[in-house]
Structure formats: structure tokens, C-alpha cells
Design a binder for this molecule. Structure first.
Ligand code: GLU
Length: 456
């Protein structure tokens, strides 16, 4: 089977970490199976979709490295949806309804007071073809509902259970009683087709083999399976992954502004850390850094995605980011550092990568190395003596040990009383990377000036 998957965001907001879980699980699945990954923009809701959000989605995916093999935009395919709608109307699976929202709400309220589920009663089916024609001719604008097969809810009678089942790649055997659902509206009164409908047509036309999406779509899937069948198509395989939830226990939503990919990027987080976190939370694999998407793809398959939600915690993502940075070689970060305007040598990177949480923090250590920096002098006498004992250059990783031994022998000061004042004078900071690595980068003239209390 040719594996073909899609990520189908609506361009009505910025992508956030929850959307990215879906995107990366699709991408990894395609990669593991030699398949293709499609970006589909679900933009039939013209009032909320914008070109700017579509561009932002492309930009975020590109930054993450989730390259897509092909792209489609639903707003380009309206004629195709109309054609399919026509066929379904002809087959009697799509029927015109003229109720107003108020009317429907009143009916639902009545059903509730009678202890019945608020399911659409299919009153519109009682209209004769002639009546429908007459109302259409009079300019009335109906919305169109999909007739779910084998459910016969009629007023006053409880609906019969009608089970739709499938084997879900993540959740195993799934059963949804569509007898408990209203016939879904597929086309609004203004003529715009709805996602439930357009998604299925696209999945058929683009030969999607697997639909990998959040478990909030499980009920949709039951309805869509009937739609696939109505279109004479075999439904793809479904995989509904668990959602990410925030600290409040609720699913992350688009309103979680600071968890937007843009926000995380502006925070200086690495794309790979974001992807590892989004993919591995709520799976049986440990949330650990991987230095490439291919490595992650080899590790994670859908069978490891658990049914329990993944709890997202920004502090954990930052810790993962730090772990990832500690592992990355200079060549893997040089480009990103350059985009931040940071010229960082391999030696400096080696020295500092264990002491940063985000790449931007390298700036601090670049300043420590290049100056100018105002030293903090805690023990002026000790520092002046130490300055006098600085050996001539060239310096290397052994210089620090040899020099501090000489200072200890000359002053009798050792341990923290020796190292703390030297670190404060040389870096103006209480803590940081090992000085054996930093000292050669600071160099003799700056070290001497700082130990003598002069900014350098
Ligand atoms: N546009 C839909 C969403 O963002 C796509 C769902 C799907 O993958 O079918 O929820």
C-alpha cells in the first residue's frame, strides 16, 4: 500500500503545539513508511480563513523542518465539492432543510424537556419533491443534511443504535453509535460546504491512505466513514492520537497564544525540541531529545501512542531544549546562531553548550569572552596577585589548572575562596561554563585587565 497522509489545519489562527502533535505524527509516519506528506489548508470558512494565516502555517512548518510533498487548498476545489454534492443529492443522501436556527433550537429544547436526545427529527424529509422545488424557486436558501444510513429517529421514539466500527491504528476497535447523531449539515444555507464533507472528498481524491488526527475527531470519523461509503470509496485507515492537555487539564486550544509555534520560536526554542516534545508526550517512549527527525521516526510508531493525554508543561519543554543543545555539535547550530546575529566559534560552543537552555543565551557568553565586561572584584589582593601570575600565551585547556595551582601556592588560598573571586573577576558572574574552557577564549590581555578591576 502506498502511504499517503495529510495535515489539514484551518488557516484561522497560528499553529500551536497541539496542532503540531498531529503534524509531526503524520510526518513521521510518512517518513517511516516511505510515504508522502501533504499540507491541506481547510479554508472553506471564508469569513475566518486568511492568506496571512496560511502563510504563517507554511512558515511554521518550514521552520520545524516538516517539509511537505504536496499542497492543496480547499477554496480552490469548490467546483469539485459542488459536483459531488449534486451526485449525493441525486442519490437522496443529501437533503434540503429549510429550518431556521431558532426553529431548530426550539425543537431541541422540546426534545430535552421530554427526556429525548436533541437529534434532528428529519422533518425536512416530509417535504415532497414538488414542495422543495417550490421553495427553491421562491428563492429560499436551504442548508443540506447528509442522511446517515440506518438510523430512524422519529419524533417520540428513541433512535435505534446503529454502530459504525473500525479498527483504529492507535485506539484499537472503535464503535460509534451514529443512531445518536443528527444527520450532519454538509452545506450551509449560503452554499459553503463544511469540513466534514470537503475533507472526505479530498481524502478520496488525493488517495489518502491514513487519517492521523486528534481523538476529538472520533465521532466525525464515524460520520465520515458513511460518507466515504456514500461516495463509493473505501475509507482510509484511521489513527486518532491522544491530545495534549495544559496544566489546567484542558486540551490546548488555539487561544493558548504563548504556546503558538511562533511564540516558542521567539522564545529561542529549537524546532527539534518542540517536535520531540509534541510527538513523544503521551506515548510509551520517554520524552527525550533526538538530534534528527529521522532518528525520531525510527523510534516512534503509532502503536506507541497511548490513549492517555500528554500533559504539556513549558518548563519540561525548556529542559528538553537544554538537553538537546548539550548534544548538538557546532555545525548543527552554526546556521541558527548566525540568524541570531551570533558569531560563535566551535570552541566557544563546546565550552558553553552545557550551560544554556536556549540558543540565545550564548549571547551572554559571547560577551564574557569578547567583552567589554565590568569585572566584579571580591578579593582585590588575590586578583592582583593572580593577574601577575598569568602565564604567557598561547593558552589551552591546561592553562587554568596550572595557573590556579600557581596562585594557590603563592597565596595559600584554595577551594571556593580561590575560585569564586577569580570567576567573578573574569566573568562577572557567579556561575557558568568551566573556566578551563573559557579562559583561553577570554585571552590574556582581557583576563589581566579584569583581574585588575578594569573593564575589558
Ligand atoms: N481542519 C480539520 C481540523 O483542523 C482537519 C481534521 C482532519 O484531519 O480531518 O480539525
Amino acid at each position: 500500500m502506498t502511504v499517503s497522509v495529510r495535515f489539514a489545519p484551518s488557516p484561522t489562527g497560528r499553529l500551536h503545539i497541539g496542532n503540531i502533535r498531529t503534524a509531526v505524527l503524520n510526518w513521521l509516519f510518512a517518513r517511516r513508511n516511505g510515504g508522502s506528506f501533504m499540507l491541506r489548508l481547510d479554508d472553506t470558512d471564508l469569513s475566518r480563513s486568511t492568506a496571512a494565516f496560511a502563510n504563517a502555517i507554511r512558515e511554521d512548518l518550514t521552520w520545524l523542518g516538516l517539509v511537505w510533498d504536496r499542497e492543496a487548498r480547499q477554496s480552490d476545489r469548490l467546483a469539485r465539492y459542488e459536483e459531488v454534492a449534486k451526485a449525493l443529492k441525486h442519490a437522496g443522501r443529501l437533503y434540503a432543510c429549510f429550518e431556521t436556527e431558532d426553529e431548530l433550537e426550539r425543537r431541541r429544547a422540546r426534545q430535552r424537556t421530554r427526556g429525548l436526545p436533541p437529534i434532528y427529527d428529519r422533518a425536512a424529509l416530509k417535504l415532497t419533491a414538488a414542495e422543495v422545488q417550490q421553495r427553491l424557486a421562491a428563492g429560499e436558501k436551504p442548508h443540506w443534511r447528509f442522511f446517515l444510513q440506518n438510523t430512524e429517529p422519529s419524533r417520540g421514539l428513541a433512535p435505534q443504535p446503529t454502530l459504525v466500527t473500525w479498527h483504529d491504528v492507535v485506539r484499537g476497535e472503535q464503535t460509534v453509535d451514529i443512531g445518536s447523531l443528527s444527520d450532519p449539515v454538509l452545506i450551509r444555507a449560503d452554499g459553503t460546504p463544511l469540513y466534514t464533507f470537503t475533507s472526505v472528498i479530498d481524502d478520496v481524491d488525493f488517495a489518502i491512505s491514513h487519517i492521523i488526527r486528534g481523538e476529538d475527531h472520533v465521532t466525525n470519523s464515524a460520520v465520515q466513514i458513511q460518507l466515504f461509503e456514500a461516495l463509493g470509496a473505501e475509507p482510509p485507515k484511521f489513527a486518532h492520537h491522544s491530545l495534549l492537555i495544559g496544566a489546567d487539564g484542558h486540551a490546548l486550544s488555539k487561544r493558548a497564544g504563548d504556546l503558538s509555534i511562533k511564540g516558542l520560536r521567539d522564545d529561542g526554542l529549537e524546532p527539534l525540541a518542540v517536535l520531540c516534545h509534541a510527538a513523544l508526550l503521551g506515548t510509551s517512549e520517554a520524552v527525550a531529545p533526538y538530534t534528527s527527525l529521522d532518528e525520531l521516526a525510527q523510534r516512534l510508531d503509532l502503536s506507541k501512542v497511548s490513549r492517555a493525554p500528554g500533559r504539556f508543561d513549558i518548563a519540561e519543554l525548556r529542559a528538553l531544549n537544554a538537553k538537546l543543545l548539550h548534544m548538538l555539535p557546532h555545525e548543527a547550530v552554526a546556521g541558527h546562531l548566525a540568524t541570531l546575529g551570533l558569531q560563535v566559534s566551535a570552541e566557544l560552543w563546546e565550552a558553553v553548550r552545557g550551560n544554556i537552555t536556549t540558543l540565545g543565551e550564548v549571547r551572554t557568553w559571547l560577551e564574557v569572552v569578547n567583552g567589554p565586561l565590568t569585572p566584579r572584584i571580591e578579593d582585590a589582593k588575590l586578583c592582583a596577585t593572580a593577574a601577575g601570575l598569568l602565564p604567557p600565551e598561547p593558552w589551552n585547556a591546561e592553562t587554568w589548572g596550572a595557573w590556579t595551582t600557581a596562585v594557590r601556592d603563592a597565596t595559600g588560598i584554595k577551594g571556593r575562596a580561590l575560585f569564586h573571586p577569580l570567576r567573578l573577576a573574569l566573568t562577572a558572574r557567579e556561575a557558568g561554563p568551566e573556566l578551563r574552557a573559557l579562559l583561553p577564549l577570554i585571552g590574556r590581555s582581557r583576563a589581566e585587565a579584569r583581574l585588575n578591576g578594569r573593564p575589558a
